[in-house]
Design a protein around this ligand. Structure first.
Ligand code: GLC
Length: 396
């Protein structure tokens, strides 16, 4: 890991930017020259292994643009003039976007605390975390079903995933352009309804996604740990209870024949597109040991589904939407491997987890720090000098 660790440190330093008193990391200088929410959480996790002070700065700059209602935007432009080779959506606001992304912040903060036990940092960020998670628990769950809704596919972090084909009324095979147009139409509708989440979700995109809810469960447990450390015992109890409520609701509304499916619409119709999302509940330890074993043996280790030459493809090979080069429609993303790796360790599947770690490292060695990789050949695709590869440092 020696040389790899050095090259990750170099990449993180090269992608570091400053804006006034803030410091943040761009996911890729050419393609993604701004600050993104879940990316910054990944950066902070990577930085816990490199420079804890920088990990804290990454979080502080991410929290600096929180909206009055508690939402933390998924993009902060800092320097909007930065050239980019990736299409940028106009979200209707000058300095940030108006949607959010998977809420990994409490988990990242908790990991920082575990490294240096700096209570003053927890104290500094807690009110803003509280506000954000309360926003998600209320505004994103207006019917009190205990499932968090997203307004737009981009809020999942998997912009073009086939999980959103049915809600967007797209066939399993379609072009990037068609998908982009559908998402732009949604943004136009949202600008009109002023990004009022309950209204926008009910009228235009009513989706409860599996990964974001599993991520919420894990993060509420981290937030509960933070509250407890700070002596806010009622808050700690409240967040633990909310985490339990979400995992129960996931079992009630998403689970069928041992698999969790994202849902769509008022009737919670299951969207049966088999993607890596079926493994996301492992990360939050929502499954039983028996359920986890079955999931791993029947699906993860199945060469017809997810056990490719370079695991883990984001979409199962037997899905008609599977495309080994398609954006969120098949390739390997190292952050997804990281979620699955952590999930496997929760259940003691150390050997499978180690294989995923080795394969992730071999992808970086073979193809460099690319955004995503062809799961059949290992070819590097998408953005270059992409930071997420650094998460292999945290596969331990
Ligand atoms: C793409 C990805 C999203 C990520 C962003 C910046 O939009 O889909 O998950 O946050 O790039 O890396």
């Amino acid at each position: 890991m020696g040389n790899l660790k050095k090259s990750i440190f170099k990449l993180l330093l090269e992608n570091r930017r400053e804006a006034k008193e803030y410091q943040y990391t761009v996911p890729s200088p050419d393609s993604y020259p701004y600050q993104w929410l879940w990316d910054s959480c990944f950066h902070a996790i990577i930085l816990t292994h490199l420079n804890i002070g920088d990990a804290k700065k990454e979080i502080l700059s991410l929290l600096s643009k929180q909206f009055d209602n508690g939402l933390i935007p998924h993009m902060i432009y800092w320097d909007k003039e930065s050239p980019t080779d990736f299409p940028v959506i106009e979200w209707g606001k000058a300095d940030t976007s108006t949607i959010t992304q998977p809420p990994m912040i409490a988990y990242a903060v908790w990991r920082i605390y575990q490294k240096d036990h700096d209570r003053s940092f927890l104290k500094e960020v807690y009110p803003r975390l509280y506000h954000f998670y309360r926003y998600l628990l209320t505004e994103r769950d207006p019917h009190e079903k205990h499932l968090i809704g997203i307004m737009n596919p981009d809020e999942s972090g998997e912009d073009n995933s086939p999980r959103f084909d049915i809600p967007l009324n797209l066939p399993p095979k379609h072009s990037f352009k068609e998908n982009y147009q559908k998402r732009l139409n949604l943004v136009a509708q949202h600008i009109e309804c002023k990004f009022d989440a309950p209204f926008c979700m009910r009228n235009f995109f009513w989706v409860k996604d599996v990964p974001i809810n599993a991520i919420m469960v894990k993060n509420l447990m981290s937030l509960s740990g933070i509250a407890k450390k700070l002596g806010y015992l009622e808050d700690a109890e409240f967040f633990t209870k909310e985490a339990k409520n979400i995992s129960l609701a996931m079992k009630k509304l998403m689970l069928e024949n041992d698999l969790f499916w994202s849902t769509f619409g008022e009737s919670y119709q299951k969207i049966k597109a088999k993607t890596w999302a079926i493994f996301a509940p492992l990360f939050a330890k929502i499954l039983t040991q028996k359920g986890a074993k079955k999931l791993v043996e029947e699906h993860l280790l199945n060469p017809q589904e997810f056990w490719t030459k370079y695991p883990i493809p984001t979409v199962s090979l037997d899905e008609s939407s599977f495309d080994p080069k398609g954006f969120w429609r098949g390739p390997v993303w190292i952050a997804i491997n990281w979620f699955i790796y952590k999930g496997l360790l929760n259940y003691g599947f150390k050997d499978v987890a180690d294989t995923i770690k080795k394969s992730s490292i071999s992808l970086l060695e073979k193809s460099g720090f690319r955004e995503y990789f062809n799961p059949l050949t290992g070819e590097g695709l998408g953005a270059k000098n992409f930071t997420w590869g650094g998460l292999v440092l945290d596969m331990r």
